[in-house]
Design a protein around this ligand. Structure first.
Ligand code: SF4
Length: 431
């Protein structure tokens, strides 16, 4: 029996794919091990979205090359988005890499590993029909499960590799998603996060995303439901209506913006103006008053002027997101923006990024301070990492909260009163 060591890089989508890969391999009788020393196969499940993640993986491949020199029988391979880029290197790095398998090749991994023992294997072509809807991922134990409902993307934002590496958008059938939600709950999960690259574009031919949310929300035993990442152009009245109904569907949304300059949004190919984005936020906030909002911003996109950047900073200041993931633009091969002249020097990108980090830090701190004195309900996850005398959980707004350990079991809801706050965490006491 082959033993597999699996290492995951990148976003939550990739984490969910690693659970899928582990499920496929275990179903074929292979064993997942915790340490590379115990493995016959080292598998890196990779991300190509940012240059930094890719550099880390390349460094890791070099390291594993040394590891393999001591154990030549070891198989080393790459799955995920980087498989696409690494295909050409497979033969150059034959002494290290035995296989590269893209995001649509996981179903055949057991057979591909057999083949890789004899010859280099490259399977990177996107498959428009592959959803893995019938496969069972192997989930890590915990109160939260990530359930993939949609794979790939049709948006082709000019900076993004996803449509090339993960292929075109396709939705899992409603029945497959519900089966997975029920299975997660039966396994002890109490919170489900529905996952997709543009998750709210989900449509299975008969049902839209609002239907999916209502059906998932009603699964017995599920306490909380969330979804990530929606695209602003697919936030319609039906979605806002179901958000307003509340229940297990949480008042929290991560809605990527990327830039608050219409000129840059256009160059990014986001398909959405700032006014449209602002309108979506206003309607959501009116319908769901307790809504916590977060976003993604890219600074230093080619052509971003000081004025464009200022518009983004001003928008963050006035919109007051609970949190924001802030990144410097990094050109990715194969994307439409790759050929654009980089007009913002690295040092200026860093300056803009630092400015936004400082600004958002202050806003996040103030947003969390506003919870002091209020009651919240936390889904308890277990002991706090830094202080085992405290329990850790998340509020409906997905804010981390710690409180004195009082024996509340993981997976249950606990009412708390917030007594203090930092930028990242609420501090509370049981009520
Ligand atoms: S919506 Fe744009 S940024 Fe998001 S995955 Fe699709 S192409 Fe990439």
């Amino acid at each position: 029996m082959k033993r597999i060591y699996l290492e995951t890089y990148g976003c939550q989508m990739n984490e969910a794919d690693s659970e899928l890969i582990a499920g496929v391999l275990e179903a074929a009788g292979l064993e997942i091990v915790e340490r590379p020393e115990d493995a016959d196969v080292l598998l890196l499940n990779t991300c190509a979205v940012r240059a930094h993640a890719e550099q880390r993986v390349l460094g890791r491949i070099t390291e594993l090359g040394r590891f393999k020199a001591r154990r030549p029988e070891l198989l080393v391979g790459v799955t995920g988005c980087m498989a696409h880029h690494l295909r050409g290197r497979l033969l150059d790095h034959a002494h290290t890499l035995d296989f590269v398998v893209g995001p649509d090749g996981y179903r055949d991994l057991p057979a591909l590993l057999e083949r890789a023992a004899h010859e280099p294997v490259a399977v990177v072509r996107p498959d428009r029909d592959e959803t893995y809807g019938d496969l069972e991922p192997r989930r890590a134990p915990g109160v939260r499960a990530w359930v993939t409902v949609q794979r790939g993307c049709d948006k082709f934002c000019s900076y993004c590799v996803v449509p090339y590496t993960r292929g075109r958008s396709r939705s899992l059938p409603l029945a497959d998603v519900l089966r997975e939600v029920r299975r997660s709950v039966a396994d002890g999960c109490r919170e489900v996060i529905l996952l997709g690259q543009t998750v709210n574009s989900w449509h299975d031919g008969d049902h839209d995303f609002a239907d999916l949310l209502r059906a998932a929300r009603d699964v017995a035993g599920l306490l909380r439901l969330r979804y990530i990442s929606p695209h602003p152009t697919h936030v319609d009245e039906r979605l806002i209506e179901v958000m307003a109904e509340g229940g297990p569907l949480c008042p929290q949304l991560h809605l990527p913006l990327q830039s608050a300059s219409d000129r840059i949004l256009e160059a990014m190919g986001r398909g959405c103006t700032l006014a449209q984005y602002g309108d979506v936020i206003a309607r959501l906030r009116a319908a769901v008053p307790a809504l916590a909002l977060s976003t993604d911003i890219i600074v230093g996109f080619p052509g971003e002027t000081a004025e464009d950047f200022q518009q983004t900073a001003d928008f963050l200041r006035t919109t007051r997101f609970d949190s924001a993931f802030l990144f410097k633009y990094s050109a990715r091969p194969d994307t439409r923006a790759f050929g654009l002249e980089e007009t913002v020097p690295e040092v200026e990108k860093s300056r803009r990024l630092a400015l936004l980090i400082g600004l958002q830090h202050a806003i996040s701190g103030a947003m969390n301070d506003a919870w002091i004195g209020r009651e919240v309900e936390a889904l308890v996850e277990g002991p706090a990492r830094r202080n085992p005398a405290q329990l850790y959980g998340r509020t409906a707004q997905f804010k981390a909260v710690v409180f004195p350990a009082d024996g509340t079991p993981a997976g249950t809801l606990r009412r708390l009163r917030v007594t203090g706050a930092t930028t990242m965490t609420l501090v509370a006491a049981p009520v």
